[in-house]
Design a protein around this ligand. Structure first.
Ligand code: UDX
Ligand code: ADP
Length: 459
């Protein structure tokens, strides 16, 4: 079949894979290629066992693979034939040199830009999909157009707002699609090309076009605001625990104010995931770079509060369990950073496990989708203090405490009588996600401690 347009995505990760699968399924006349240097990932995308778990992803991939959706490790050839190139390589927080711990590590991104330049023999539209510091598009444009005599590159920003666990739903029915481009005739034409892809299924009024810098900054700002709501409600949760107020009631009461709204007000053990912390630190670094230390400090506090929430949770566990957990078996229910994903990047459970091991507890980790990632993330810790157990009932056997780390539906439906019967007594339950019924568990015999709500202690 002759394709009318050829789209390439470099980077077959959590963003690139699902986004391209949806574009391919909605635009059958467009050839969509996803390229990655990681051969295993590319191979896995072409099996029934996809490299990431995402509800609904299998069906979308199946609908288009081999028809107009292709996966390859041959990045160079894929670049040569593409009209539009989305760049979705990883941009983690820098761990070395200037800006270590805050700034984005742009090495993969820059390598990609240079490779695009080397392999291109015709004009291309290059679209930033990865979240990047403001004004990165400008640098990309300079790298791409340096030495390019017969080829021209237009660089656009099209940040992805999907959340993991609901990626397919978010892609099929986005609140908005944002496309930033240069305010020139060429720039506007390039933006229109990308708009026309999304217009296959997204109503026009939900496709926003802005200048490039606004688009880049909107992505960082959206994540900063969302994370700020979580840190704000978690800070109030701490106060609730001291005063006898109930954070769920407070969240409900304030959320009914239309100006505040009810979403993203769930007190928890803290936010995780690959985006929130990384993007806020990136924003903080940018503010410092542009001489705005007060603005930087304001946003950095959102990350500090998140770390405090995790530490507070562990301190509370230790103090409730008679100030020592040495040798005690503690079952962590969930390791993923949220439900419906196997992703464990920046998961609060990782920090909790480390703190518990530091206190010389024996940690049993259970999770329906994230055990392989947990094994990898915890590989540097003493393995004689960690057990990985897919079955939550077995994980809880002989444990002094169960702590809920992830809000998986399955943990709401377990037989807690059976769990209680198999545990050491007194049996403790720490609910880091506020998903369980405190009274019902107390009646079974547990001492129960949720977040920001009165607990019930049997002692
Ligand atoms: C986030 C943004 O939502 C998304 O728009 C962006 O593209 C990427 O970053 P994601 O990290 O996948 O998405 O998940 P999200 O649902 O935002 O949850 C992030 C973390 O916050 C999770 O650990 C979640 O458990 C926690 N959270 C969320 C809370 O603790 N309380 C809440 O009320 C909401
Ligand atoms: P995200 O959550 O942003 O999608 P991931 O880490 O899941 O991030 O995916 C990024 C992908 O980009 C990885 O699969 C990685 O192998 C790939 N990648 C990094 N550098 C390059 C490169 N130069 N060429 C092709 N793919 C790359």
């Amino acid at each position: 079949m002759e394709f009318v347009k050829k789209v390439l995505c470099i980077g077959a990760g959590y963003v690139g894979g699902p986004t391209m699968a949806v574009i391919a399924s909605k635009c059958p006349e467009v050839k969509v290629v996803v390229a990655d240097i990681n051969a295993k990932r590319i191979a896995d995308w072409q099996t029934d066992n996809l490299p990431i778990y995402e509800p609904g992803l299998d069906e979308v991939v199946k609908s288009a693979i081999g028809r107009n959706l292709f996966f390859t490790t041959d990045v160079a050839s894929a670049i040569a034939e593409a009209d539009i190139i989305f760049v979705s390589v990883n941009t983690p927080t820098k761990t070395f040199g200037i800006g270590a711990g805050k700034a984005s590590d742009l090495q993969y991104w820059e390598k990609t830009a240079r490779q695009i330049r080397e392999c291109s023999h015709s004009d291309k539209i290059v679209v930033e999909k990865s979240t990047l510091p403001v004004r990165t598009a400008e640098a990309m444009e300079r790298i791409l157009n340096a030495n390019a005599e017969h080829v021209h590159f237009d660089v656009l920003s099209n940040p992805e707002f999907l959340a993991e666990g609901t990626a397919i739903k978010d892609l099929l029915n986005p609140d908005r699609v944002l496309i930033g481009g240069p305010e020139t005739e060429r720039g506007r034409a390039a933006v229109e090309e990308v708009v026309s892809l999304y217009a296959h299924w997204v109503p026009r009024e939900r496709i926003l076009t802005t200048n490039v810098w606004s688009s880049e900054l909107s992505k960082l700002t959206a994540n900063a605001f969302l994370a700020q709501r979580i840190s704000s409600i978690n800070s109030i949760a701490a106060l609730c625990e001291e005063t006898g107020a109930n954070v769920e009631e407070v969240a409900h009461a304030i959320g009914m104010d239309k100006r505040i709204g009810p979403k993203f007000l769930h007190a928890s053990i803290g936010f995780g995931g690959s985006c929130f912390q990384k993007d806020i630190l990136n924003l903080v670094y940018l503010c410092e770079h542009f001489g705005l230390p007060e603005v930087a400090a304001y946003w950095e506090q959102v990350v500090s509060m998140n770390a405090h929430q995790r530490t507070r949770f562990v301190s509370n566990m230790i103090s409730k369990m008679f100030n020592t957990i040495v040798g005690k078996r503690i079952a962590l229910f969930g390791f993923a950073f949220k439900a419906d994903t196997g992703d464990t990047r920046e998961t609060p459970a990782l920090y909790v496990t480390r703190e518990l091991i530091e206190e010389r507890a024996h940690v049993v980790v259970t999770d329906p989708k994230a055990l392989d990632n947990a094994r990898r993330d915890l590989a540097d810790l003493p393995q004689d203090l960690i057990t990985y157990e897919p079955d939550p009932y077995k994980a809880a056997e002989g444990a002094h405490a169960v702590a809920i780390m992830t809000e998986w539906e399955l943990y709401k439906e377990l037989d807690y009588r059976r769990i209680y019967a198999s545990m050491e007594k007194p049996a403790f339950l720490f609910d880091g996600r506020n998903i369980l019924d405190v009274d019902a568990l107390y009646d079974i015999g547990f001492s129960v401690y949720p977040i920001g709500r009165p607990g019930k202690s049997r002692l």
